[in-house]
Design a protein around this ligand. Structure first.
Ligand SMILES: [Ca+2]
Ligand SMILES: [Ca+2]
Ligand SMILES: [Ca+2]
Ligand SMILES: [Ca+2]
Length: 225
């Protein structure tokens, strides 16, 4: 058990030492940036770096080419680039699985979460977006046995994907509900040792108890709306 903990610590620390990833520990400018903050557009063809997404349970993420994804809102299509991320998988008791990334970004200058989603019509599934706001200033998220944060806020919103083709969604942070236990304020700033928007998770939930999810995501951003 101890060996595993040490191994995890090494794996977490090496990228920081090497300066990989989007870990702008000194990026105070992010708060005043006048452009959207790009979390991921998958144009590097991988979800394992820049940023690194970890995957849990039964969701299957696959980088796909957008060339065959041409339906939906035509105003979205010029923005999608070459690649997007397909999320699919089978549910047990509605839940499929998810992915997450330790972001550590100052989100205090932004007001919304932005995403492009390509649905496969009615019943494509749900996408829960979770934003972890580090309130005990340790750039980590300690959780209880139900994965609920003990000392940090967890801001959550739930998207029902029931359309066909591309659609852009802009979700104000004010629409996210806190299901964590921090200071109950949306204050993801890099200050006083806080990791700001320390972590993000995307959870796939099916439209029926034993159903499938299948949709594509692209251009995850923090916006100014
Ligand atoms: Ca893309
Ligand atoms: Ca990437
Ligand atoms: Ca924390
Ligand atoms: Ca907070």
């Amino acid at each position: 058990m101890k060996k595993i903990a040490i191994l995890i610590a090494i794996v977490m620390v090496i990228p920081l030492l090497c300066g990989f990833g989007q870990k702008p520990a000194t990026s105070k400018t992010a708060a005043t940036a006048a452009y959207p903050y790009l979390i991921d557009n998958y144009e590097d063809g991988t979800y394992t770096k820049d940023p690194e997404w970890f995957v849990f349970d039964n969701v299957i993420p696959t980088i796909v080419k957008n060339s065959k994804l041409q339906e939906g809102d035509v105003s979205v299509i010029p923005n999608i680039g070459i690649y997007s991320l397909n999320l699919k998988g089978s549910a047990s008791n509605w839940y499929v699985g998810g992915m997450g990334s330790m972001l550590g970004i100052d989100a205090s200058g932004y007001t919304s979460f932005e995403i492009d989603i390509y649905g496969k019509g009615e019943g494509s599934g749900r996408l829960k977006v979770e934003l972890y706001d580090d309130d005990n200033n340790n750039s980590e998220v300690e959780v209880d046995k139900n994965w609920k944060p003990l000392y940090d806020d967890l801001w959550s919103t739930d998207i029902e994907v029931n359309w066909k083709g591309w659609k852009h969604l802009s979700i104000p942070f004010s629409k996210f509900k806190n299901v964590g236990r921090g200071n109950f304020k949306f204050d993801p700033a890099l200050s006083a040792g806080s990791g700001g928007l320390v972590k993000m998770q995307l959870i796939s939930v099916a439209a029926s108890e034993t159903g499938q999810v299948n949709y594509y995501i692209d251009n995850l951003e923090l916006g100014l709306k």
